[in-house]
Design a protein around this ligand. Structure first.
Ligand code: ADP
Ligand code: MG
Length: 637
């Protein structure tokens, strides 16, 4: 026999193992779920490859997972007769971590956010959870397409390195955990059984444990010749411990809420039950079953549009793939669940999924059903919907931009804060229902944040006239607003646009005295000259009541917020100048008007412009000069 060969873990792996072993204390029992889930994946893969190469399935009997423990040797063993791994695959899959979630998980561990081992499965590093309970792990595996003698044994204490040696092995993988002193509790049949029922009940393959032995007549320790007992030459009888059925394939009426919840928890690695679920069997045309859930907490990679491991694709109950991104649009990527098609071929690949009529039909059907589910919740369970909105509202907003066919339905699901409601609870329908007489548009204001929008001087006229304005502070809101020209026949209009038809808004509560435009001509032209390079024009405002000045977008120009967003995204934005509106009722302007020929009038003009910029959350172009200007004026007093 050749000597075992020693190899080193990749640096990241080593770091991960160390942190994991030392920082995860709660829910240590999930190691079993992770190993069973890997075994189940390997069985899925074998069954899948078996469709094109039947000989792979030849030996090995029923596809299943076996779990056993030995309280005397202090071990737990998990075995599957799945696809197994070649030597290179062992090195690539177990010695290195190629998963993209690794870094995120390392960060979560380092920052102490993840004390709970339950999270591991989400990050794709489940195998290593074995080392939370074991100080030595032996993995013996043989790939289904290799000869019996071409197996590999991998062994490690979870520190710097591991060994590999060739061995004979049956098809599949066996993992033996040598339990740590503080983890002896796991070499107990009863305990293992209850862990399997909690975490792996919905694995679609049987998970078996040795059938309970008949009670021993004598103490087992005294039974020194038990090895030669006639009984022990019989293969042990095994009991199936889990449900081992595809829950989604059962009729709805036969499934309890508890079963749905536990299915979801096992599928999504979530400790909390879902916020909502939909379970439909669609027939006629393309037949499929969808069981989809809305989680009650946001997955860690929600903001990564490329990484979607929400929906598993099955074909006639056979697992095909995880992360089937084509099955739902990106703006529903928070959903978790299973879609099982009757019509797709079993050898379907990701490429085939991309341009496929069946997939298109499933996608649009599931999208419509998810929207109905959200609509029902918004109507009947306002509290839950508010929770949903807080978690996933920003993701759903992408749908208004991307999904034209469903735009109006998604728009009706949006919730905003406004000048009346500080929480994001106002729907567009609510807004329309309380529009003032004569009001023709739905007004909104975008800014860096909701708070910045709420503080904007541009709202003064709306406040004075009691007109509600929606306050939009998410990054996506600019695109949202420009993708939604109207709702319920009412145009959406930015409150920062120059050509507001303010007269339509009805009289202000306290009417300001009329202003003689002609009186202001000289002042306006002085300001205009001083600000030539900064603004398109300067004019009297009828939207300000308290602030001296504000900036508004010219008729075809873009708003200041959009300009900042585009610039921060590294885009070349053509310099579009805006309009400076001044408040003729403000004492500062009255003074400027009286001294329009003063020496420092250019400073005044610039300061007016700069404070308008600051007030809307913008950044000064020349902060140092701003300070100098301000100081010059202060010294003058
Ligand atoms: P994940 O399951 O998310 O890929 P894991 O850390 O749990 O991450 O497993 C790493 C990889 O090791 C798996 O993707 C698989 O390729 C391989 N693997 C683990 N257990 C088995 C097994 N029982 N049979 C075959 N391959 C396995
Ligand atoms: Mg895994």
């Amino acid at each position: 026999m050749t000597q075992p060969e020693t190899l080193s873990f990749a640096t990241e792996t080593r770091q991960l193992l160390k942190l994991m072993i030392h920082s995860l204390y709660s829910n240590r029992e999930i190691f079993l779920r992770e190993l069973i889930s890997n075994a189940s994946d390997a069985l899925d893969k074998l069954r899948f490859e078996g469709y094109s190469n039947a000989s792979l399935m030849d030996d090995g009997g029923e596809l299943r997972i076996e779990v056993a423990c030995d309280p005397i040797a202090h071990t737990v063993t998990v075995r599957d007769n799945g696809l197994g791994m070649s030597r290179d695959e062992v090195i690539a899959n177990i010695g290195t971590i190629a998963h993209s979630g690794t870094n995120e998980f390392l960060q979560a561990l380092e920052s102490g956010q993840a004390k709970d081992a339950n999270l591991i499965g989400q990050f794709g590093v489940g195998f290593y959870s074995a080392f939370i309970v074991a100080d030595r792990v032996t993995l013996t595996t043989r790939r289904a397409d290799l000869a019996e003698t071409e197996g590999v044994r991998w062994q490690s204490a979870g520190e710097g390195d591991y060994t590999l040696e060739p061995t004979s092995a049956p098809r599949g993988t066996e993992i033996v955990l040598h339990l740590r002193d503080d983890a002896q509790e796991f070499s107990d049949d009863y305990r293992l059984k209850s862990i399997i029922r909690t975490y792996s009940d919905h694995i679609t393959f049987p998970v078996c444990m040795p059938a309970a032995a008949a009670p021993a007549e004598d103490g087992a320790e005294n039974d020194t010749d038990s090895d030669s007992d006639a009984d022990s030459e019989q293969p042990p009888a095994w009991d199936t411990v889990n449900q081992a059925t595809a829950l989604w394939a059962k009729p709805k009426t036969e499934i309890s809420q508890e079963q749905y919840d536990s299915f979801y928890k096992q599928l999504a690695y979530d400790a909390q039950p879902p916020l909502a679920l939909l379970h439909s069997r669609i027939e006629g045309g393309h037949d499929y079953t969808a069981l989809l859930f809305v989680p009650a907490q946001a997955p860690f990679d929600l903001w990564d549009r490329e990484r979607r491991h929400g929906v598993k694709l099955y074909v006639k109950r056979v697992f095909i793939m995880d992360d089937a991104a084509q099955l739902l649009p990106a703006y529903l990527r928070f959903a978790r669940g299973v879609i099982d098609s009757d019509d797709l071929p079993l050898n379907v690949s990701r490429e085939i999924l991309q341009n496929n009529k069946v997939v298109d039909a499933i996608r649009s059907g599931c999208t419509r059903r998810m929207l109905s589910l959200l609509e029902e919740q918004a109507r009947d369970e306002a509290d839950k919907y508010a929770r949903f909105w807080g978690l996933f509202g920003r993701v759903l907003k992408e749908g208004v931009v991307e999904d034209h066919a469903n735009r109006d339905r998604i728009a009706a699901l949006l919730r905003f804060a406004s000048t009346r409601e500080s929480e994001q609870t106002v729907s567009l329908a609510d807004y329309v229902a309380r529009m003032k007489d004569g009001q023709k548009a739905i007004y909104y204001l975008t800014a860096d944040s909701q708070a910045a929008a709420a503080a904007s001087p541009q709202l003064e006229v709306f406040r004075a006239r009691g007109v509600e304005v929606l306050l939009l502070g998410d990054r996506i809101d600019e695109w949202l607003a420009s993708s939604l020209p109207n709702f319920d026949g009412k145009p959406l209009q930015s409150a920062a646009q120059a050509d507001l038809k303010l007269d339509d808004l009805g009289p202000a509560d306290a009417e300001q005295p009329a202003v003689a435009e002609a009186d202001w001509k000289p002042t306006l032209s002085v300001l205009q000259t001083a600000l030539e390079s900064k603004v398109e024009s300067v004019r009297l405002s009828d939207r300000l009541t308290e602030s001296p000045a504000c900036l508004v977008a010219s008729k075809d120009g873009i708003s200041g917020n959009l300009e900042r967003l585009l610039k921060s995204a590294g885009q070349d934005v053509p310099d579009s100048k805006r309009v400076l509106e001044i408040n003729p009722h403000h004492p500062l302007l009255a003074r400027l008007k009286a001294q329009a020929d003063a020496e420092h009038v250019a400073d005044w003009a610039l300061l007016l412009y700069e404070q308008a910029l600051l007030a809307e959350g913008g950044q000064l172009e020349e902060p140092a000069q701003f300070v100098q200007r301000l100081n010059r004026l202060l010294l003058e007093q």
